[in-house]
Structure formats: structure tokens, C-alpha cells
Design a protein around this ligand. Structure first.
Ligand SMILES: Cc1cc2nc3c(=O)[nH]c(=O)nc-3n(C[C@H](O)[C@H](O)[C@H](O)COP(=O)(O)OP(=O)(O)OC[C@H]3O[C@@H](n4cnc5c(N)ncnc54)[C@H](O)[C@@H]3O)c2cc1C
Length: 482
């Protein structure tokens, strides 16, 4: 194919010729009946064409818009030239889990939002191209299992979520002997026990976990730090520890009727509909029901899409603000709308209505109007007096977001300095107040997103190597002493 990017004069103008394309999606009629991933992958020709839309800005704002500071223009140019493995290698310098990040990152809030083309045309399809490259490199064996020679250091990683897996992989590749401990029997954290499989298939996470095992990383599953396993024991057997446990607690709704039996929290709702493991509370019946989901973040949209797949008669989101203020990514939202979800915007819950038998018959809400801005820069809102209305529902899912959950403050954790909400305080190297104990992800920053967590895992691995090298006055850890 002709290659616009190879001619510098044309390269900057290709976006005028090429319209932005999204990776192929399975038809709605098919996908609403299963939990398989809905997106396919660009073919090579489309990947090259789409990458050629990148205008190679001298000060690329997509890089600063990415939490991982991914050198996007570099791999766009290589992709446009058809040098896919080289492109993937450059991309891999920023993230070891591109196949995960490209599936779950709300790119329209990050790199695609800051892409300069967003203001004059459509942004470059960065996430779609990232996904193509990640898949290409895995299929062509670029992501191998080579490691540096053993450096003699042993590191314990607690938590096999995105943060722990990233940290473990990078350390193993640098020659450390790494053991991951997780209380769950299935590694992956929220990637497998939270996010729906239609956004990221379990097999994608399993493939990464397998690769990490092949690097020599050991997994000790079903082991809980703080119960049966303590920090002192871990410290005695390891040169460094990375803590990557979760830290989120679901927000509740303080309105009359919130305790009715037809009101459920988003995370258990998603989990019950995903896991093969029996949970404490029975899975709510969804088939034929009218489901209202309160909230507009990723988990709210996920709940609507899960409800549709379980045969809900109606799946309606209710949000206090307007559509432009929705915290969820555009792609997830659009997919939900295509699949039949609806939203009632500018509506705030006032009460959950009782069906007379302890269940739910609906929601009383009040109209809101935008007013001012809140502390996070989102539109504020006020209730419109006298504008109450009822929505019928059989099941109400609370997806109001998460608050951070304080780190377990049992005696062994009491030496770790915590911040105002109880999250672990770390320095620039991700080391906690305890020498040799590092942390990252939700346990440090509170409920966050995968990319931030991956960045923490990556930076903590570098921090651990610097710490070990400085401690022992050598470079066998594979890093320059700090
Ligand atoms: C419903 C939902 C949807 C989301 N959607 C998105 C999305 O679309 N995009 C996005 O970027 N982010 C999304 N997020 C956020 C994202 O999933 C998290 O920010 C990220 O996965 C956190 O990774 P982590 O490694 O810090 O923690 P986790 O993934 O929570 O992993 C922590 C691990 O620690 C283990 N653990 C906990 N305590 C102990 C202990 N004491 N001992 C041993 N092991 C322990 C747990 O079993 C778990 O495996 C979503 C979150 C939810 C809940």
C-alpha cells in the first residue's frame, strides 16, 4: 500500500484523507447474548492507515495525556511504516501490559482527549492501534520470557492485580526471584473479579499471568496478608516487599428505602454475574426485570450492560448531572447505548419506593439543574423544587462510586505511615515509611484506574531496584544506585 507517513510532506496531512476508524465491533444482536469481548482488532492495512493520521507533533500532548507517558508518536510512525514489531517494542517500554491497558483505558479521557487532532478533526485511534500492536507482538513472539541472570534478590509482591503483576514482571525480567501472594485463588484482581469480560476477557489476563509464571515468578494464592501471613515473615524471607492490595469500599445511598431487598451494590452485582465461585449473597434475578442503575462511572455502565446480557426488560441509568459530565469513558457509554441502555440525566434519587412486600417498585427522583462547578471542576447542580417524578423499577443497582478503604491497621501495619483516609504514604520511589516495603495502586491512591496502577507497579519496580542497589552499594540489582 502507499505509505503516506514515509513522505514527510504528506505525513502531517494524512488525517485529512483518512477518517478515524474504530476497531471492528461485533453486532449488537449477537453480543448482547454473551459475555465475549465486543471489539475485534484492526487489520494491518487499517492499523497503518490509522497510524498515518498522527501528525508527529513536536511537543506531543498525547504523551503528557497518558498516565504512563507512552511515547505514542514514535510507535505511530513505526506502525504507519508497517514496522509493527519495532513499534510494539517502543510501546512496551512504557507498559508491559499493553493488551490490558488498551482494553480498559478510557482513552477519550487521556491520550485521545489531548491528541491535537481532537480539536480540529477526530483524534488518532490510539487505543485501537495500541491493541493491534499488543496483539501482534504477542502473536509474533516479541513478548518473550528472557530474563537477566539471577541477581540473588528475593522480592515479595502482595496482590496479583494490575499493580502487583506489573511490578512482579518487571522485577523478574531484571533477575529478581519474585513471589506473588494473593488472598484470591484467581490472580488478576479487579481485572478478572470486577471488570466485565465483554471489556476484557479473562483469557487476556490469564495469558499475561502465564507469561509472568514463565519468567519464574511464583504464585502463592489463597494467602492473606494480615491473616496467616504477616509482614515480619515476608520481610525475613525477602529483600523487598511490594504491597498492591485493593482499597475500595462502595458508596451507599442515604435515602428512604435504600435497605429494601431489591437494592444491590454494583460490585457484588457484577461479581455475582461473573464469578464461578459461590458468593455470600445469592445473585439477584435480572431476567424480565426493569433495572435502574444509579451513577454514570465505568461500573454503572458495566452494570447496565451486564443487566442487558442477563435479560433485563429495561436497563436505565440515572445520573445527577448531564451527559457531558459522565465520568465513564465514551466507548463504554456508546456501547451501552447501542446495546439498548438508556439514561435519565439531571435526576437525583430522593427515595426508593417499596412494593409493599419488602421489594422495590421504583425510584423517586428530583430534577436537577446545572449550577457552578464542584471542587473537581465538574458541573455542580441544584435540585429543582417541585420537580419530583417516579421511575418504575424492580431492581436498583447502586453504582455511586467508591471511597478509599483504610489499609488494615492491625499491629503489623501500624508502623506504616498512612494519609488522612488511611492509604499508604509512599515517597518518590514508592517506598512506604518502612525501609524495603513499597506500595502502589489503589492502596496508595484510593480507587483509581488501571493505567495509574500499572504506572505505580512499574515505578515501584524501578524504586525497588534502586533501593537494593543503594542498600548494598552495588549494581547487581540491575539499576544505578539512587
Ligand atoms: C466495577 C469496576 C470497573 C472498573 N472499570 C475500569 C475501567 O474500565 N478502566 C480502568 O482503568 N479502571 C477500571 N476500574 C478500576 C481498576 O479496576 C482498578 O483501579 C485497578 O484494577 C486496581 O488495581 P490494583 O492492582 O491496585 O488492585 P486490585 O486489582 O484490586 O488487586 C488487588 C489484589 O490484592 C489482593 N489482596 C487484597 N488484600 C489482600 C491481602 N490482605 N492479602 C493478600 N492479597 C490481598 C486481592 O485479592 C486482589 O487480587 C474499575 C473498577 C471497578 C470496581
Amino acid at each position: 500500500m502507499s505509505n503516506p507517513a514515509s513522505d514527510p510532506a504528506n505525513a502531517r496531512l494524512a488525517w485529512r484523507e483518512q477518517v478515524r476508524q474504530e476497531p471492528p465491533k461485533r453486532p449488537v444482536s449477537e453480543r448482547v447474548h454473551d459475555f465475549f469481548e465486543i471489539h475485534g482488532i484492526f487489520d494491518e492495512k487499517t492499523a497503518r492507515e490509522q497510524a498515518s493520521r498522527c501528525i508527529q507533533c513536536p511537543n506531543p500532548s498525547c504523551v503528557s495525556g497518558c498516565p504512563l507517558c507512552n511515547p505514542i508518536p514514535q510507535w505511530m510512525l513505526l506502525t504507519a511504516e508497517g514496522r509493527f514489531l519495532e513499534a510494539a517494542a517502543v510501546m512496551g517500554s512504557a507498559t508491559s501490559m499493553a493488551e490490558v491497558c488498551s482494553r480498559v483505558c478510557a482513552a477519550d479521557h487521556h491520550c485521545e482527549h489531548t491528541c491535537i487532532l481532537d480539536s480540529i478533526s477526530e483524534p488518532v485511534a490510539i487505543a485501537g492501534i495500541e491493541r493491534f500492536l499488543a496483539d501482534y507482538s504477542l502473536r509474533h513472539g516479541l513478548v518473550g520470557t528472557a530474563t537477566a541472570p539471577p541477581n540473588g534478590y528475593k522480592v515479595a509482591v502482595v496482590g496479583a492485580g494490575a499493580g502487583g503483576l506489573t511490578c512482579a514482571e518487571l522485577l523478574a525480567r531484571r533477575g529478581c526471584a519474585v513471589t506473588i501472594f494473593d488472598e484470591s485463588l484467581i490472580p488478576g484482581g479487579l481485572l478478572v473479579n470486577g471488570l466485565p469480560a465483554f471489556n476484557i476477557a479473562n483469557s487476556v489476563v490469564e495469558r499475561r499471568v502465564d507469561l509472568i509464571r514463565k519468567l519464574g515468578v511464583r504464585f502463592q494464592l489463597g494467602v492473606e496478608l494480615g491473616r496467616g501471613l504477616n509482614l515480619a515473615e515476608l520481610g525475613a524471607g525477602h529483600d523487598a516487599i511490594f504491597l498492591g492490595m485493593d482499597s475500595r469500599t462502595s458508596r451507599t445511598l442515604e435515602v428512604p428505602g435504600a435497605g429494601l431487598s431489591g437494592v444491590v451494590q454494583a460490585l457484588p452485582f457484577l461479581l455475582q454475574k461473573r464469578t464461578s465461585v459461590a458468593l455470600d449473597i445469592p445473585a439477584p434475578e435480572v431476567a424480565g426485570k426493569r433495572v435502574l442503575v444509579l451513577g454514570a462511572g465505568e461500573s454503572a455502565v458495566d452494570c447496565l450492560r451486564v443487566a442487558i446480557r442477563w435479560g433485563a426488560r429495561e436497563a436505565v441509568g440515572v445520573y445527577r448531572r448531564g451527559e457531558p459530565d459522565m465520568p465513564c469513558g465514551k466507548a463504554n457509554y456508546q456501547s451501552a447505548i447501542e446495546e439498548g441502555a438508556r439514561f435519565v440525566f439531571n435526576a437525583m434519587p430522593k427515595a426508593i419506593l417499596d412494593d409493599g412486600a419488602g421489594g422495590v417498585r421504583g425510584l423517586r427522583a428530583v430534577r436537577t439543574a446545572p449550577e457552578g462547578q464542584d471542587v473537581r471542576g465538574r458541573s455542580g447542580f441544584v435540585e429543582v423544587p417541585g420537580q419530583e417524578f417516579d421511575l418504575e423499577a424492580d431492581l436498583i443497582v447502586l453504582a455511586l462510586g467508591f471511597d478509599p478503604k483504610p489499609c488494615l491497621l492491625s499491629s503489623e501495619f501500624s508502623a506504616l505511615q498512612v494519609n488522612a483516609w488511611g492509604g499508604l504514604v509512599v515517597d518518590a520511589n514508592h517506598m512506604t515509611s518502612m525501609a524495603g516495603v513499597f506500595a502502589g495502586g489503589d492502596i496508595v491512591r484510593g480507587p483509581s484506574v488501571v493505567l495509574e496502577t500499572v504506572r505505580d507497579g512499574r515505578n515501584a519496580a524501578e524504586g525497588i531496584l534502586r533501593y537494593l542497589a543503594a542498600r548494598d552499594g552495588n549494581t547487581r540489582a540491575g539499576a544505578t544506585p539512587a
